[in-house]
Every structure is written in structure tokens, then in C-alpha cells.
Design a binder for this molecule. Structure first.
Ligand SMILES: Nc1ncnc2c1ncn2[C@@H]1O[C@H](COP(=O)(O)OP(=O)(O)OP(=O)(O)O)[C@@H](O)[C@H]1O
Ligand SMILES: [Mg+2]
Length: 215
């Protein structure tokens, strides 16, 4: 693509009276790895939800893969091609076991049982999850849940990752593994994090969200 794969123009969004995003504009090009940084409550998660069409702005335009997206159906292909890592793993994981959670996306995208099995194996290797495949998802530790959430996104092989606090709760080894994967994947990434060190390792430019705008 020549133009940006994500373009928000003059977006205004509020949950109630006070706007969270005010006249926010942003462009992300294919292959870029961008960080998004900002205080608690500044609207980072809200911004990711707007890109996925989970929230609709009151004003402004959302353009993804070169097309203006407004209605629910405009976002169907966006949600197949862009993988969102939720800030809270419990919003991501809903199957009884780790294996089922990771296989869910690929099966949903039309992969066979056999193909899904291979994808689960490969994804677990990338993230160091081998041995956890048959664990009950709800009984995993916080860091393990984060890694399984990441695995569900990787397994869908999206063209772009939106990652909300991907390194939060991860130990040094897992963080390192994730950083290496992201740096080698060449995929477009928008990474929200309070971990400056991780951001500096994994992104080429960092945006700062404050008072509803990118500053
Ligand atoms: N469903 C909701 N209803 C009302 N207000 C909300 C809702 N979700 C978020 N907010 C408010 O909107 C603001 C932005 O929230 P958001 O979750 O986008 O912030 P954030 O930058 O991701 O913060 P953090 O760094 O803590 O994750 C906050 O003040 C939050 O309290
Ligand atoms: Mg957030």
C-alpha cells in the first residue's frame, strides 16, 4: 500500500461529557513499528478500540487499508487483518484450554484441524509456551495469561498488531523473546506501553498522547 494503513483524522470521542480524544490525527504506514505512550486514562486503549471499530468516534474519520470505515460491517475485514491484544487477558481468553484458545482464531479463519494444530505448536515455540497447551486457561498466572493472549493474536497471522501493554507482567526472558519476535516479524505494529525500555527496543518512533491529542 502507498498510503497509510491506519489513518485517523480529527477524531473526537467521549464516553460522557468530557472528551477523551479531541481532534486526534494519526497515520501509520505499512511495516512501521510505532509506540504509543501517555498517562493512565489518557485514552490509549480507547484509541485502539476506535481503530478496531469497537467504539465509534463522535467526529472525525477512521480510514483503514485505504477505506473509510463507519458502520459495523466496514470493520469485519479490519478485525480479521488487524490483531488486537486486549490490555486485560481475561477479555481475550474464553476457551477452556490454552490449546483451544490459540486454535480458535485459525479455525475460525477456515484452517483445518491439522493446520491449526501446527499453528498452535509453532506459536507456542515462538513465545515459550510449550508444555502449557493443555492447561486450563482460567488457572494460569498473570504472565502466562498475557503470553497466551499474545499467542492467540500471533496464531491469526494478522498483517498488523495493536498491542495494549504486551510486556506487562512478563519476566525478562519472555519480554526478550517477544521483543525479538516483533523486531524480526516486519509486521506493522502499534504498541501501547508504560515500559520505555521495551518501547525503545521494539519501536522506531514513539507517539505521546496527552489531553486527547498526539503531541
Ligand atoms: N466504558 C467507559 N465508560 C466511561 N468512561 C470510560 C470507559 N472506558 C474508559 N473510560 C475513561 O476514559 C478515559 C480513557 O481511558 P483509557 O482506558 O482509554 O485510558 P488508557 O490511556 O488506556 O489508560 P491506562 O494507561 O490506565 O490503560 C479514562 O478516564 C477512563 O476512565
Ligand atoms: Mg489502557
Amino acid at each position: 500500500m502507498n498510503g497509510p494503513i491506519i489513518r485517523l483524522t480529527n477524531v473526537v470521542f467521549s464516553y460522557g461529557r468530557r472528551p477523551v480524544l479531541e481532534d486526534l490525527s494519526l497515520e501509520i504506514y505499512e511495516g512501521e513499528r510505532v509506540g504509543l505512550y501517555g498517562p493512565n486514562g489518557s485514552g490509549k486503549t480507547t484509541l485502539l478500540y476506535i481503530i478496531m471499530g469497537l467504539l465509534k468516534p463522535q467526529k472525525g474519520t477512521v480510514e483503514i487499508f485505504g477505506k473509510i470505515r463507519e458502520k459495523e460491517k466496514d470493520f469485519l475485514d479490519v478485525r480479521q487483518k488487524i490483531g488486537l491484544l486486549f490490555q486485560d487477558p481475561d477479555s481475550q481468553l474464553f476457551c477452556p484450554t490454552v490449546r483451544e484458545d490459540i486454535a480458535f482464531g485459525p479455525l475460525n479463519l477456515g484452517k483445518t484441524r491439522d493446520e491449526a494444530k501446527k499453528i498452535v505448536k509453532k506459536t507456542c515455540e515462538i513465545l515459550g509456551l510449550n508444555g502449557l497447551e493443555d492447561r486450563i486457561t482460567s488457572s494460569l498466572s498473570g504472565g502466562e495469561k498475557r503470553l497466551v493472549s499474545l499467542a492467540t493474536i500471533l496464531a491469526m497471522e494478522p498483517v498488523c498488531f495493536l498491542l495494549d501493554e504486551p510486556s506487562s507482567g512478563l519476566d525478562e526472558e519472555s519480554t526478550d523473546r517477544l521483543a525479538k519476535y516483533l523486531n524480526s516479524s516486519k509486521k506493522t505494529c502499534l504498541i501501547v506501553s508504560h515500559d520505555r525500555n521495551f518501547m525503545e527496543r521494539c519501536t522506531e518512533r514513539i507517539l505521546f498522547l496527552k489531553n486527547g491529542r498526539i503531541v
